[in-house]
Design a protein around this ligand. Structure first.
Ligand SMILES: Cc1cc2nc3c(=O)[nH]c(=O)nc-3n(C[C@H](O)[C@H](O)[C@H](O)COP(=O)(O)OP(=O)(O)OC[C@H]3O[C@@H](n4cnc5c(N)ncnc54)[C@H](O)[C@@H]3O)c2cc1C
Length: 510
């Protein structure tokens, strides 16, 4: 007899728990499937409190969850993000900078843009030649106008947001609009069935909570997949060395100060510093490797950066975070699936964590099993897909370190040692000496980082391939990009001004 899945229990009420609850409940509502979604969140264990930069997928995620973009911007102190600016990653003197924007290069796939850029030989950075977004960001402009409907873009965008407020915002929406049940209680132990499936989570106040499927969003503790089921851990620390972070919040100098529309990632001797501009404040943090840098030195780097960028700013106390870079070899075992930090985390570079949450929860919602007999099939597909995704994320992040010429500190030199480079990346690097990254390099649906992202980072970091193609029609696309850039610079509002207008009037909803 088939056992239909009627109850799903999500352990954890951080960003992963609530995004997952929202995506599942909204999909069940659309499909008229009667599945009860419960979120169990401990009053004793705080959420991690960071994770403020997103990927453009977040627009589709919020739209699917059926929230209003204007409300989200108001309530989560959100601002727009059009990509990342990398400062000082290529050279020891720190004077280099390049953009990884969210818009694809203009003419991508239609003309040999990289060959055209090399032939132009006028020192213009690749991203600036092929994409308007670096120019839009440098001018402090927003990616849309007040007349652009919610979630629609003039220039592709993601968000910077307050992680604590996002959880609160999603909780309210999920409970009030999507019928999600919320329990604030601490899980004490896990009960199992004879076949190894989880039967129930035993809580302090509500006793044993049974469900058909359990989602582990318990953060780095990974209580179900890691501790209870002991699924193997894939250690990524030999490839990506960072394992510590410290974060502060800094006030804008004046209420009118511009809001940067990109994440700024600035390299230091043993890691890098993120600078994420919300509408209400900047979130700034240092990421580093404890094997290469003491906590004291990292804090000095962080304070020095804040002092340089925002002299005299009011700065919060420091939030210190330790993490182990890696991921669960299988995130879906029996009737348990891990999403978010419980499934893994490598480091915050390029904001790859929340996007994996969105992809995992969407994959689960869209392929919801009809009964228990389908779970094992789904688990195999899910594990194969996410193992691939983790490997691609690790390769892409490693690329940022591999291409650096920084040589003054062991951290950067060791990042280039062959033993630390995954063979999958080393092989692609050999290929990219004579070919521009293309869809043939990364062929899956929903690649987290598409081949355009590799072009932006490779060429931004100073990698100069020897491409056999003639520049062909690339020059026409460069001219079109320049014309498009002029039009956008003339037509887009200042970022802060748009945020203020949205707060006052809201965006159109169709
Ligand atoms: C330094 C740093 C910077 C980051 N920056 C980014 C970024 O810019 N962009 C990005 O996409 N991601 C980023 N991330 C990752 C991002 O923070 C996480 O993906 C996101 O916050 C999701 O966390 P989570 O919900 O999995 O875990 P958590 O926020 O840790 O939530 C865990 C939940 O589990 C609950 N819980 C734990 N134990 C129990 C128990 N016994 N009973 C009941 N409940 C329990 C807790 O109460 C909590 O609600 C960053 C991570 C770090 C470490």
């Amino acid at each position: 007899m088939s056992e239909q899945l009627r109850q799903v229990l999500i352990l954890g009420g951080g960003s992963a728990g609530w995004l997952t609850a929202g995506l599942l409940a909204a999909e069940f509502k659309r499909k008229r499937v009667a599945v009860e979604v419960t979120v169990l969140e401990s009053p004793d264990v705080p959420t991690i409190g960071v994770g403020e930069g997103t990927w453009p997928t977040m627009r589709d995620t919020l739209r699917r969850i059926e929230v209003s973009e204007s409300d989200f911007i108001r309530e989560c102190d959100a601002a727009f993000k059009q990509g990342s600016k990398f400062v000082g990653w290529a050279r020891d003197d720190g004077a280099d900078a390049y953009y990884h924007p969210f818009l694809l290069p203009h003419g991508f796939g239609d003309a040999p843009l990289a060959a055209g850029w090399l032939a132009a030989a006028d020192d213009q950075p690749f991203a600036e030649l092929v994409c308007p977004q670096p120019h839009i960001c440098e001018a402090g402009l927003a990616p849309k106008q007040i007349t652009t409907p919610e979630f629609a873009a003039v220039a592709n965008y993601a968000y910077h947001l307050n992680a604590g407020k996002l959880g609160e915002f999603l909780r309210r929406h999920c409970v009030e609009r999507l019928g999600v049940r919320h329990l604030r209680d601490h899980m004490l132990e896990i009960q199992s069935k004879d076949n190894g499936d989880v039967a129930a989570l035993v809580t302090r106040e509500h006793g044993a909570l049974v469900a058909d499927l359990f989602i582990d969003c318990s953060g780095t503790r990974s209580l179900l997949l890691g501790q209870h089921l002991a699924t193997p851990w894939v250690d990524a620390s030999t490839v990506l060395f960072n394992d510590r972070a410290m974060a502060v919040q800094a006030a804008y100098p004046t209420p009118e100060a511009p809001i940067p529309c990109q994440t700024v990632s600035t390299a230091h001797d043993s890691g890098w510093i993120w600078d994420i501009a919300l509408s209400s404040r900047r979130g700034i943090g240092v990421v580093y490797s404890s094997a290469h840098c003491s906590d004291e030195q990292a804090e000095i780097e962080l304070r020095r950066y804040v002092q340089r960028q925002l002299p005299d700013a009011e700065v919060s106390t420091t939030n210190r975070i330790a993490f182990a870079p890696g991921y669960r070899q299988r995130a879906f075992v029996g009737n348990c699936v891990a999403i978010g930090l419980a499934a893994g985390f490598v480091e915050p570079l390029e904001a790859s964590s929340l996007v994996l949450v969105e992809l995992a929860a969407t994959a689960l919602a869209e392929q919801w099993p009809n009964d228990r007999s389908e779970i094992d099939m789904l688990a195999r597909r899910f594990n194969e897909m996410f193992s691939y995704r983790w490997q691609r994320v690790i390769d892409f992040l490693k690329l940022h370190y591999l291409l650096s010429s920084r040589a003054a500190s062991p951290y950067w030199r060791e990042h280039r040692e062959a033993a630390s480079v995954p063979e999958s990346l080393a092989e692609r690097m050999r290929w990219w000496h004579h070919h521009a990254p293309s869809r043939y390099d990364l062929g899956r649906v929903d690649e987290v980082f598409p081949s355009a992202s590799y072009q932006y980072v490779l060429y931004g970091m100073g990698f100069r391939p020897c491409l056999p193609d003639a520049p062909g029609g690339a020059v026409d696309y460069f001219k079109q990009n320049a014309a498009l850039t002029r039009r956008l610079l003339a037509g887009l509002p200042q970022h802060r001004s748009l945020i203020e207008q949205i707060k006052a009037r809201g965006l159109p909803t169709d």
